[in-house]
Design a protein around this ligand. Structure first.
Ligand code: TXA
Ligand code: MG
Length: 356
C-alpha cells in the first residue's frame, strides 16, 4: 500500500469483531429510519439495491468504513463505491467532473452504473482504498434511495458478501455471511439485476473504459459515447506484476466453495464432455430449456443473459448448500449483459475454460 492509514483505522480494520446482534428490518418507513440512524451513528447495515445487496456505511466516516472492510475481510486497497441519492450530489464528493459524466448520468442514473471520478477531501482515503478517485453510483432501488435520503450520508457500500464469495441477492444471503458482524439487514426483496453495477472510468469527453461489466452494456454506453473500451482484465487473468485499472480485478471473486469448471459449447457437446465425469458430488449448471441427456445432478440458471445475471449468484450459493464439490457450468454467451455473467463465472472458475 502506498498510502498510510492512521493507526486507529488500521487497528479497526484488523480488529476481530466481537459478536453483535444483527436485526432484520423490513422496508416500511419506521424500520428504514432505524437503518438510516445506524448508518448516521457509524454502524453498518446490509441494504438492498437493484444489483446486489450492499454493506452500507457513512462514506465520510473513516471508522465506519473500517468496520466494512473488517466485516467483509476485504483487502484495504480495494476501494468502495459511494452511493448518492442524485447525481447532482456528486459535486460535493468529487472534482473536475467531465461533461461526459453528466451526459451518462442523464441517461443511466439512477441505475446500475458506477463512474470513477476524481475525489475531493470529503472522501477519506480508507474509502477510496488509497486512490485519488472514487466510484460514484446512484442506485434506483427505492428502499436504498430512501435510506440514503433519510441518513443524509453518502453511503459507501461494497457487495455484502464475505470477500471472495458470490455476492448476495437476498436479505437471507446477507444474514448468512454477516450475522453477528453488522447492526442490521434491511429486507428489500430479491435483487432485480443480480450482478453488480457496470464500473467505468472516463478517459476523454468521448471515450469510456469498462472496468467491470454489468447490466449497463457496452452497446448502451455507445448510445452516449463515441468509444467504449472493454478492459483486457475483464476476460483475462492479470499477469504477475501487471497493474490493475480497478483494484477489484486483482482478487479472486464470486467463488463458491465448490470447484467451478466452465465448459463452452452447445448442450450436446457439454453433455458429451461431462458424461464420464459424473460422480456423487458432481453437479452441472445449465441453461433453462437445455436438453440434458446424462445421469448427473443439475441446476439451471435461466435461458437468456438477463435471466442468467439474475440467478447466477443465487445458484452458486445453492450449489454449496446442497453439497456440490465440483460444478460444470455451461458457459453463457459473452454478448450484451452476458459479458457480465461470463466475467463473474470466469473469475469463479479461476480463468479456466474448457471448449467441448
Ligand atoms: O452494484 C454494485 O456496484 C454493488 C452495489 C452494492 O451497489 N457494489 C459493489 O461494490 O459491487 P464492490 O465493492 O463489491 O465492487 C466495487 C468494484 C471493485 O471491483 C472495485 O475495485 C471497483 O469497483 N472500484 C471502486 N472504486 C474504484 C475506483 N476508484 N477506481 C477503480 N475501481 C474502483
Ligand atoms: Mg463485491
Amino acid at each position: 500500500m502506498h498510502w498510510q492509514l492512521p493507526i486507529r483505522q488500521l487497528s479497526l480494520l484488523h480488529k476481530k469483531h466481537s459478536v453483535m446482534e444483527t436485526i432484520l428490518l423490513s422496508d416500511n418507513d419506521a424500520e428504514l429510519l432505524k437503518a438510516a440512524q445506524f448508518i448516521k451513528d457509524g454502524e453498518i447495515v446490509g441494504i438492498p439495491t437493484e444489483t446486489v445487496y450492499g454493506l452500507g456505511a457513512d462514506a465520510s466516516n473513516p471508522d465506519a468504513v473500517a468496520k466494512v472492510f473488517a466485516a467483509k475481510g476485504r483487502p484495504a486497497d480495494n476501494p468502495l463505491i459511494v452511493h448518492l441519492a442524485d447525481f447532482s450530489d456528486a459535486v460535493h464528493y468529487t472534482q473536475n467532473i467531465p461533461e461526459l459524466a453528466y451526459k451518462l448520468a442523464e441517461k443511466f442514473c439512477p441505475g446500475p452504473l458506477t463512474m470513477v471520478l476524481p475525489k475531493n477531501e470529503k472522501i477519506p482515503m480508507i474509502t477510496s482504498g488509497g486512490l485519488d478517485t472514487v466510484g460514484i453510483r446512484v442506485p434506483s432501488h427505492p428502499v436504498m434511495h430512501k435510506i440514503i435520503e433519510m441518513s443524509g450520508c453518502p453511503i459507501a457500500a461494497p457487495s455484502a458478501n464475505t470477500s471472495g464469495y458470490p455476492s448476495p441477492t437476498s436479505a437471507m444471503h446477507v444474514m448468512r455471511d454477516m450475522k453477528g458482524k453488522i447492526a442490521a439487514v434491511v429486507d428489500g426483496g430479491q435483487s432485480e439485476f443480480g450482478v453488480e453495477s457496470t464500473v467505468i472510468s472516463i478517459e476523454s469527453n468521448d471515450r469510456v473504459r469498462i472496468l467491470r461489466p454489468g447490466c449497463i452494456t457496452r452497446e448502451m454506453l455507445l448510445e452516449v459515447c463515441g468509444e467504449v473500451i472493454i478492459d483486457h482484465a475483464i476476460l483475462h487473468e492479470l499477469e504477475a506484476g501487471q497493474k490493475a485499472a480497478s483494484p477489484g480485478m486483482k482478487y479472486k471473486h464470486y467463488s463458491p466453495k465448490a470447484d467451478i469448471i466452465m465448459v463452452e459449447g452447445d448442450i450436446k457437446s457439454f453433455c458429451k464432455y461431462v458424461e464420464d465425469k459424473v460422480d456423487e458430488k458432481v453437479y452441472c449448471l445449465i441453461y433453462d430449456g437445455d436438453e440434458f441427456t446424462i445421469p448427473c445432478k443439475y441446476l439451471t440458471y435461466g435461458k437468456n443473459s438477463s435471466e442468467q445475471a439474475h440467478w447466477l449468484f443465487q445458484k452458486l450459493r445453492e450449489l454449496d448448500d446442497i453439497g456440490a464439490e465440483k460444478v460444470y457450468v455451461r458457459a453463457p454467451s459473452a454478448d450484451g449483459v452476458g459479458l457480465a455473467v461470463y466475467n463473474r463465472l470466469i473469475r469463479a472458475a479461476g480463468f479456466e475454460v474448457i471448449r467441448a
